[in-house]
Design a protein around this ligand. Structure first.
Ligand code: SF4
Length: 525
C-alpha cells in the first residue's frame, strides 16, 4: 500500500457529466430538496480504473502526484476515490494530501449561492464529509496536509484547522517541492502552516509534468496575469508560459485516456507569451500558434480556454476569428470562455480593475464589454462572465450601472452569454478588507444585479442548454428539464425574497430575442 495518499472532495472529482458550466453546481446549497435533487442528477460519480482509482483527477493534484512519484516512485503514491478514501489508507501510509478548492464555502461563488454563508454549499459539505472519513481513527498515525486554492480560507477561520484534524496547511505554489514538503511532514519536521511566497514560485523547468488524465482534460499553458485587478491573487504572481513541447507531453496524458476536447488553463489565455506589457495587446502570433499546436496533437478534436479578458477581442478581433477557424467553431460548436466583467461602473473600474480594459482606458470598460461580447458571439464564442457585488467603494449607483450593462448586453444581436454574480471576498491586494455579506448588506440595487444575472442564465438555459449539451437524449432531456424547472424555482424564490424585503424589481427591456419573436415565459414578479 502507498506511503502517500492524495485525495480531493467529491465536488472536485465529478465531471458534472461535462455539461457546460455545470461545475458551478458544486456551490449550490445542500439545504433544499430541489437543490439536492439537481446535484444528485448532475454530479455523477468519478469514473474509476480497474484498481478502483479515479481516472480523471484535478490538475493541481496531478502536479503534486508527479512531484511525489519522481521522488519516491509510482508504487508509493496513489490518488484515492473520495467516496471511499479509507480503503486507500494502510498502516504504511505516512501522509494524506488533500487538495481543496473551496473547503469552507467562502469562495465568491459559494458565498453568492448561499446568501453569504447562511446556507451550506456542496463544496463545504463534501469537504467536511471527506475530513470525517480521514479522521475515522482517533489513533491514526498518518498526517493530513492540505493545499490548493482554498488554503486562504483557513486564514479567516483558523480554528477550523484543528477542528477538522488538519495537521498542516500549505499556502502558495509548491508543486516543485511537494516531495520535500511531504517528507518533512512525515518526519514531524513541518510547521502547522507553511507559506511559500510568490517570490519563491517555481520557474517552468522546475514544475513536474502530470502523469495521468485530468478533470475536464485540463492542461495548463501559463501562470500569472499582470492586469492588476485589486481583488485578484493571480495578478500577484510572476507570469510564466509553458512551452509547446511541455504542453504536448501533458496533453498526451489526457488523450491516452481517450479525451479529445482539451481545456487550456490560464488566467488570461490572450496574454500567452505577451510582449507588449505597456498596451497589454496580445502576442497574436503566439496565441494562434498555441491553439493550432494543440489542435494538431494526435487525438485532439477540440480545445477551449478556461479564462481570457474581453478587451483582447476588441483589440484583436482578427485573432478571435482566426482561433475560431483553427478550432472549427460553428453555430453548433461554440468555444466557451470565462471572463470577468466585475462591474458596469466606469469609476469603479478605474479604481479596482486597473489594466483589465487595456489598452483602452478603464472608464471605457462597459463599452469594451459590449463590443467584446459582440465580437466573441459573432465568432461562436460563449463567454461566462463574473460580476462582483460589494467591491470596496461600490455605491448603489455603481450597482445600477451593472444592471444597465446587462440590459445593453441583452440587446446585442444573437447574444449568448451568462453572468454569474459573486460576492466580494477579500483576497489579492484587498486582503484584510471586509467580506461582502450578502445576507446583511444586500440592497435593492445589488438585488437587481443578482436577479438580472439569474434571469439571463434562465434565458440561456431555455434557448441553449439542449443545443450545447452532448449527452444521450434521455439524460440530456432530464438535465435540460431540471435546469429549466430549477432555474424558474430559483427565480420565484428571488421574487418572494424581493417582496419580503420591499425591493422593486426593475422592469426588463424588451430583448433582442423577444423582438425576433422568441418569447420566453418566466414566473412573474
Ligand atoms: S484579468 Fe483576471 S486574472 Fe488578471 S488580474 Fe484581473 S481578475 Fe486577475
Amino acid at each position: 500500500m502507498a506511503k502517500y495518499v492524495l485525495v480531493a472532495d467529491y465536488t472536485l472529482m465529478t465531471d458534472f457529466r461535462n455539461v457546460p458550466l455545470a461545475t458551478f453546481f458544486s456551490c449550490i446549497p445542500t439545504d433544499f430538496a430541489v437543490s439536492r435533487l439537481v446535484f444528485r442528477i448532475i454530479a455523477n460519480p468519478p469514473k474509476l480504473d480497474a484498481q478502483g482509482r479515479p481516472i480523471r483527477v484535478p490538475y493541481g493534484l496531478r502536479k503534486i502526484e508527479a512531484g511525489l512519484v519522481q521522488a519516491v516512485g509510482r508504487e508509493e503514491v496513489v490518488v484515492a476515490d473520495p467516496r471511499d478514501a479509507r480503503r486507500f489508507i494502510s498502516d504504511d501510509t505516512e501522509v494524506v494530501g488533500v487538495h481543496s478548492m473551496d473547503a469552507l464555502g467562502l469562495g465568491p461563488v459559494s458565498m453568492s449561492f448561499t446568501i453569504g454563508g447562511v446556507l451550506t454549499p456542496y463544496t463545504k459539505a463534501k469537504f467536511f464529509e471527506l475530513m470525517g472519513q480521514l479522521n475515522h481513527r482517533p489513533d491514526r498515525k498518518y498526517k493530513i496536509v492540505l493545499g490548493g486554492p482554498a488554503s486562504w480560507q483557513f486564514d479567516y477561520r483558523a480554528e477550523v484547522q484543528q477542528q477538522l484534524g488538519i495537521d498542516h496547511i500549505v499556502h502558495g505554489e509548491c508543486d516543485h517541492i511537494s516531495a520535500e514538503i511531504f517528507d518533512r511532514v512525515a518526519r514531524g519536521d513541518a510547521a502547522p502552516v507553511m507559506r511559500f511566497p510568490n517570490a519563491r514560485a517555481p520557474t517552468i523547468d522546475k514544475i513536474p509534468k502530470i502523469l495521468g488524465a485530468t478533470m475536464h482534460s485540463m492542461n495548463e499553458v501559463m501562470r500569472g496575469c499582470g492586469r492588476g485587478c485589486e481583488f485578484c491573487e493571480v495578478t500577484l504572481r510572476r507570469p510564466r508560459y509553458f512551452p509547446l513541447d511541455y504542453i504536448a507531453d501533458e496533453i498526451a496524458a489526457n488523450t491516452r485516456a481517450g479525451d479529445t476536447s482539451i481545456q487550456l488553463h490560464s488566467d488570461d489565455v490572450f496574454l500567452y507569451k505577451l510582449e507588449n506589457w505597456r498596451t497589454m495587446e496580445p502576442n497574436e502570433d503566439a496565441v494562434k500558434e498555441l491553439f493550432q499546436f494543440v489542435m494538431d496533437r494526435p487525438g485532439v478534436t477540440h480545445c477551449y480556454p478556461t479564462h481570457g479578458t474581453v478587451s483582447a477581442a476588441v483589440t484583436n478581433p482578427g485573432m478571435i476569428e482566426d482561433i475560431s477557424a483553427i478550432v472549427g467553431a460553428r453555430p453548433d460548436k461554440w468555444i466557451g470562455i470565462q471572463c470577468g466583467i466585475e462591474t458596469g461602473s466606469p469609476s469603479l473600474s478605474k479604481a479596482v480593475l486597473h489594466r483589465k480594459a487595456a489598452p483602452f482606458g478603464a472608464e471605457e470598460w462597459p463599452d469594451i464589454v459590449i463590443q467584446g461580447t459582440e465580437i466573441l458571439n459573432r465568432n461562436h464564442w460563449f463567454p461566462a462572465y463574473t460580476l462582483i457585488l460589494g467591491l470596496p467603494g461600490e455605491t448603489p449607483e455603481d450597482a445600477w450601472m451593472t444592471v444597465d450593462l446587462i440590459d445593453r448586453m441583452e440587446q446585442i444581436p444573437n447574444n449568448h452569454f451568462v453572468t454569474a454574480p459573486l460576492t466580494f471576498v477579500p483576497i489579492g491586494a484587498l486582503r484584510g478588507e471586509e467580506f461582502y455579506n450578502l445576507d446583511q448588506m444586500v440592497d435593492e440595487a445589488r438585488f437587481n444585479v443578482i436577479y438580472r444575472a439569474w434571469r439571463h442564465i434562465l434565458v440561456e438555459i431555455d434557448v441553449d442548454l439542449w443545443r450545447m449539451t452532448r449527452l444521450p437524449a434521455p439524460v440530456r432531456a432530464l438535465i435540460v428539464a431540471t435546469g429549466r424547472l430549477g432555474g424558474r424555482y430559483i427565480l420565484s424564490l428571488m421574487q418572494k425574497y424581493a417582496r419580503e424585503r420591499g425591493f422593486r424589481i426593475r422592469p426588463v427591456a424588451k430583448t433582442e430575442r423577444q423582438a425576433e419573436g422568441h418569447t420566453i415565459s418566466f414566473p412573474t414578479a
